[in-house]
Design a protein around this ligand. Structure first.
Ligand code: NDP
Ligand code: GDR
Length: 368
């Protein structure tokens, strides 16, 4: 397990001392998130040394990367290294850039929950918008002071299109519908500006929803598959949801991280939409997932107005022709395969949970 004690501190020996000769070096913010974990696996497979910035939390927050963690005391084998930093702390970003000297920076960190951004708008803007600006400025000043080049990836979102009707491409106007989406628009334009003003190799990936068994449990797909597994094994009976008529273009996170990397391997920096070009409603996700386990969602789902948003994004469906043409990227996992992958994993998790509940080790009511 990646212990907080093993996360390097600024007074620790230079983090790049054990740099693997000739390996490219990537710095990933948001490494403990869904995309951070898939991107790190992908980059390690490509031979990169990967440095992740993690924020301090009262509980371990490294569950998604524990399986690829190697204790740094075993320095010859450890190609993923973790450091404390925060997008709200500019000095930490600049310090780690100076120590790590990355070739590529992937800015994935965010308060990424759209509904929560209505509850904590100021914090969301600070991390998502100003956080991106802090990191861009740290990259710019590090490059100027050290005569180095860094390629920068910004995690943009289809939420920026908001109420603009589909299909949405790179030329579709933004009309954000939440503090989160407005903050992502700011981060998008900061990135474009740093590219134009300073010649920085900076790309915006405008990614449509992408899911996986590692998706956070309060996003709708995972909330459904997690509840479904528990319903199937008898740990839960009801699932409370909000607007199930919303439509999303859902892909597999493992496919999308490849597109992030491809954007940084081109001759010139640019912005790209990444999507499956298929859209499904939340209700269709319920149909396919419950149907797969031989259940009817109508027997279990109740609509709870608490999950409705003050302003909703009704319909997202990407046009990814530019990424297909220029990056030669295309998604490998389709909608039904994605749903089944998530249901299979969450059913196994529910079965393990059931063993613990039956043995009296945990209380079924205490689970999400
Ligand atoms: P997650 O919510 O799973 O991960 C977010 C990451 O950001 C976590 O590692 C989190 O740390 C970290 N983080 C949050 N706040 C801070 C902070 N103040 N300083 C440093 N790190 C912080 O998101 P995803 O992996 O799903 O998404 C990755 C990025 O892509 C995000 O920017 C998201 O907005 C964007 N995006 C995601 C899409 C999707 O469908 N998944 C689609 C389009 C864009 P911790 O683990 O401690 O919480
Ligand atoms: P989204 O994802 O807002 O698209 O943002 P989410 O899964 O939260 O919502 C998708 C749609 O489902 C509806 N919905 C519910 N959503 C949640 N979370 N919980 C519910 O109970 C529920 N019931 C219905 C929502 O109203 C919405 O229409 C995700 C995040 O990963 C962002 O960071 C990213 O930028 C975008 O995808 C692209």
């Amino acid at each position: 397990m990646a212990s907080q004690d093993n996360v390097s501190r600024s007074e620790a020996p230079n983090a790049s001392d054990s740099r693997i000769a000739l390996a490219k070096v990537a710095l990933v913010t948001g490494i403990t998130g869904q995309d951070g974990s898939y991107l790190t696996e992908f980059l390690l497979q490509k031979g990169y040394e990967v440095h992740g910035l993690i924020r301090r939390s009262s509980n371990y927050n490294t569950q998604r990367i524990n399986h690829i963690y190697v204790d740094p005391h075993n320095a010859n084998k450890a190609r993923m290294k973790l450091h404390y930093a925060d997008l709200s702390d500019a000095s930490s970003l600049r310090r780690w850039l100076d120590v790590i000297k990355p070739d590529e920076v992937y800015n994935l960190a965010a308060q990424s929950h759209v509904a929560v951004s209505f509850e904590i708008p100021d914090y969301t803007a600070d991390v998502v918008a100003t956080g991106a600006l802090r990191l861009l400025e740290a990259v710019r000043s590090h490059m100027a002071d050290n005569g180095r080049n860094i390629k920068y990836y910004q995690a943009g979102s289809s939420e920026m299109f908001g109420s603009t009707p589909p299909p949405q491409s790179e030329t579709t106007p933004f009309h954000p519908r939440s503090p989160y989406a407005a903050s992502k628009c700011a981060a998008h334009w900061y990135t474009v500006n740093y590219r134009e003003a300073y010649g920085l190799y900076a790309c915006n990936g405008i990614l449509f929803n992408h899911e996986s068994p590692r998706r956070g449990e309060n996003f709708v797909t995972r909330k459904i598959t997690r509840a479904l597994g528990r319903i199937k094994v008898g740990l839960q009976t009801k699932l409370f949801l909000g607007n199930i008529q919303a439509s999303r273009d859902w892909g597999f996170a493992g496919d999308y991280v490849e597109a992030m990397w491809l954007m940084l391997q081109q001759e010139k920096p640019d912005d790209y939409v990444v999507a499956t070009e298929e859209s499904h409603t939340v209700e269709q996700f319920l149909e396919v997932s419950f149907g797969y386990l031989g259940l009817s969602w109508k027997d279990h789902v109740e609509i709870d107005k608490r999950y409705f948003r003050p302003t909703e994004v009704d319909n997202l469906k990407g046009d990814a022709s530019k990424a297909k043409e220029a990056l030669k990227w295309k998604p490998k996992v389709g909608f039904e395969q994605l749903v089944k992958m998530m249901v299979d994993e969450d059913l196994e998790m529910a079965k393990r949970e059931k063993v613990l509940v039956d043995a009296g080790y945990i209380d079924a009511q205490q689970q999400p």
